[in-house]
Each structure stands twice: as C-alpha cells, then as structure tokens.
Design a protein around this ligand. Structure first.
Ligand code: URA
Length: 210
C-alpha cells in the first residue's frame, strides 16, 4: 500500500494522510460531511482482534458520542455478540464512512471512495480473521458487487482487503431486526457464524480473551 495519500483525493490505493495509528484525525476529504459531522467517528475496540465489524456510517447517536453503533442498532448488536460469546470489548467495530451524512442519507460513492483508504489501513493494522459487513452498503462496498443481503446473510467470500485476502462474512444490518423482528434469527445466526469463524462459541474461550 502506498503511504502518501498526498492529494487528499479518492485514491483507494493511498494510505490515509491523517491516520494516527487506527484513528483518523482532521480529515477533510468530503466537504458535505465535514459540514454535517460533529466529529469523526473512528473504529472502536482493541487493535488485535479476530473479528472486525464494518457498518455503513455513523448516525446521530454515534456522531454525538464519537463511537460506532451506540444507538438502538448498537444495542441489538451488543446483545447478539454477548449471546454468541463475543463480548463487544473483544471485537472491533468500524464504518465504511467515518462522518455522519446529512439527514442520515446513504453515503455517496465518492464519500465511500474517499474513506476507503482509512478502512483499508484499519483492516491492514487490525489484521482480523474475519470481516463482518453489517448491511447492504458495506457488503456491496467490500465485495464490489450487488448484494441481496437478506438472502446472502451468513455467506462468506474471500476478498483482498488491507493488503491480504480476507474472509468477508455478509450480515444483515442490526437495524433490519428493528424494522422486521422476523430477521432477528438470521442476524443471530450470522453473528454466531462470526464467533465460530473466530474460534469462539457459546462463551467457550478458544482464543485468548474470547
Ligand atoms: N449504523 C451504522 O451503519 N453505523 C453506525 O455506527 C451506527 C448505525
């Protein structure tokens, strides 16, 4: 990976110019998001985890707290992580885009591309066993194809990310279970698959802190 990122543009091969360790600071790549954000919402969790969750973009709660998935979606995720034996403290959670889009709109393809080097660098540094995409937007962004996430949740694809081939596990967005409770079982099953892929299941520790 190129370490420069000098022009601040949408070069997905360039490392983030403003990344200090795992945190991005002072990024101004997306004018609209600089205007709409309160702060940059970096990934949350230890740097040496086996499971990295990737959501879409911060919402209002995350923009306020500066932490991904702290609203109602985060509660669903936390509950299912705990049931699968994956404490939130032992996974890392990040987003495709680190700044809240105005009115919670989807991030544009330009914003996704602008933020991609930050995500690539985070994946490279964390070097997880499995990357779990939460929802359609991150699934399509990382797989580079259309994703029917309701049908494809639980499926795994090998993708080059952060400089190496990685297992990407497609998962529903936790908010989908709030709109449609019948999706909860599929969401739970996929989180359990993530735990199994990471070597954790039923709270039985097979890998360090898991
Ligand atoms: N939804 C996301 O995709 N990311 C968050 O951080 C919160 C909600």
């Amino acid at each position: 990976m190129n370490d420069e990122g000098e022009d601040g543009g949408a070069d997905s091969t360039a490392a983030p110019e403003a990344m200090d360790g795992l945190a991005v600071e002072g990024c101004t790549r997306c004018g609209a998001l600089v205007d709409s954000r309160s702060q940059i919402v970096n990934g949350d969790g230890p740097a040496d985890v086996d499971v990295l969750f990737v959501g879409e973009a911060p919402g209002a709660n995350e923009d306020e707290d500066g932490v991904p998935f702290v609203g109602r979606s985060g509660d669903v995720l936390d509950d299912e992580l705990a049931d699968a034996g994956l404490a939130r403290e032992n996974v890392r959670i990040t987003n495709c885009v680190r700044c809240r889009p105005p009115d919670n709109r989807d991030p544009t393809s330009e914003e996704l591309a602008n933020c991609r080097p930050h995500l690539e660098r985070e994946i490279e540094l964390v070097d997880p066993e499995v990357v779990v995409t939460l929802g359609k937007v991150p699934g399509e962004h990382l797989l580079g194809r259309d994703v029917a996430v309701t049908n494809e949740t639980g499926s795994v694809e090998r993708v080059d990310l952060g400089g190496s081939p990685r297992d990407v596990l497609l998962c529903l967005h936790p908010a989908a279970t709030l709109y449609d409770a019948s999706q909860r079982d599929a969401f739970r099953d996929t989180i359990e698959t993530a735990a199994t892929m990471a070597g954790a299941s039923g709270g039985q520790s097979r890998l360090g802190d898991y």
